[in-house]
Design a protein around this ligand. Structure first.
Ligand SMILES: Cc1cc2nc3c(=O)[nH]c(=O)nc-3n(C[C@H](O)[C@H](O)[C@H](O)COP(=O)(O)OP(=O)(O)OC[C@H]3O[C@@H](n4cnc5c(N)ncnc54)[C@H](O)[C@@H]3O)c2cc1C
Length: 284
């Protein structure tokens, strides 16, 4: 279908983008890689009067270190994230999970910031950002603020971003010394997760000292499987991991759709958590 008519702006800096967005209020929409927004426009599920293309803002791109933190510009594409040596070294879980997003064409256009701002619980990267304890830096008319990932995802396709705010960068505490794995169950013919599990594990003396588990598509927002995380602490082998993974779906309210029932999704969360942690630890 043909999208509805809209005005188009292409600001050259973050400050200019914020000014343009503030002028448009509820009627403005940021365009990043367009891999989610353009389908919504074409299906006439979104009707912005102004589309603000941030694709030419150089300061939104790239990866840098800031002490123990990795800083990734919102407009960094999935392809760039997967290949970046700093991401691979200090936030390997993000590189691994991003490589499972869609196909090469989508990964060359789609961006990390777009995936997080879109706040789709079926997207792979929101759950990964939660597991990584990422922080999101947002620019608005009143200046910049930092939102922890656990406060960013508010509801289905709804984030903590106001209409006049721009996601600028994603700050990820380095996970050097942690092992990790992203396990995703998806239909053969497409890449969207029916359920996905992002696991990060820090080991000490043969047992798990600390575990973080993020869940994809287990509710209206991405989730942390906190009961499983607690149960995994102290686990010293595959049997203990299997017992702890039984808690993975606790508190989750997964949806019913054509792909899966809520019961099946809970089953997948348990199985995939076990697999993800066993792969991360090398005990599988
Ligand atoms: C065929 C296909 C398969 C896909 N498969 C997967 C998959 O397996 N896993 C997965 O996770 N995703 C998948 N996706 C989605 C893909 O990852 C998109 O890249 C991503 O969802 C959106 O990123 P984008 O840069 O294209 O954002 P856009 O589409 O440009 O924007 C998405 C939304 O975020 C807002 N936005 C974007 N950037 C900012 C910003 N900096 N500040 C404020 N708001 C912003 C926009 O206004 C819009 O509402 C798929 C997409 C397609 C087309």
């Amino acid at each position: 279908m043909i999208p509805p008519a809209f005005e188009y702006a292409r600001p050259g800096s973050v400050d200019e983008a914020v000014r343009v967005l503030a002028g448009a209020g509820e009627d403005g929409k940021v365009l990043a890689g367009g891999q989610s927004l353009l389908p919504l426009l074409r299906m006439r599920l979104a009707f912005p009067e102004l589309v603000v293309d941030v694709g030419r803002i150089g300061e939104l791109r790239g990866v840098r270190e800031d002490g123990d933190t990795l800083v990734i510009g919102a407009m960094t594409t999935h392809h760039e994230v997967v290949r970046d040596p700093l991401v691979r070294r200090h936030a390997g879980l993000l590189a691994e999970a991003t490589a499972t997003v869609a196909d090469p064409a989508v990964r060359h256009r789609g961006t990390l910031g777009g995936s997080l701002a879109h706040a789709d619980p079926a997207g792979d990267l929101p759950a990964v950002a939660l597991a990584l304890d990422a922080e999101l830096v947002v620019a608005g008319p009143g200046g910049r603020r930092t939102v922890p990932a656990r406060e960013f995802f508010v509801d289905y396709l709804q984030s903590a971003l106001a209409p006049d705010e721009l996601l600028v960068e994603v700050r990820i505490p380095k996970t050097d010394g942690w092992s990790f794995h992203y396990e995703k169950f998806h239909p053969v013919a497409q890449s969207w997760a029916i359920v996905g599990v992002a696991a990060l594990v820090r080991r000490d003396d043969g047992h798990i000292a600390e575990a973080r588990v993020g869940l994809t598509n287990m509710g209206s927002t991405p989730l942390r499987a906190t009961a499983a995380e607690e149960a995994l602490s102290g686990a010293d082998g595959p049997e203990a991991v299997a017992r702890a993974a039984e808690a993975a779906a606790e508190g989750a309210r997964p949806s019913q759709d054509l792909a899966a029932s809520p019961e099946y999704r809970r089953h997948l969360a348990r199985v995939l958590t076990r697999r993800a942690v066993l792969t991360a630890t090398g005990w599988g």
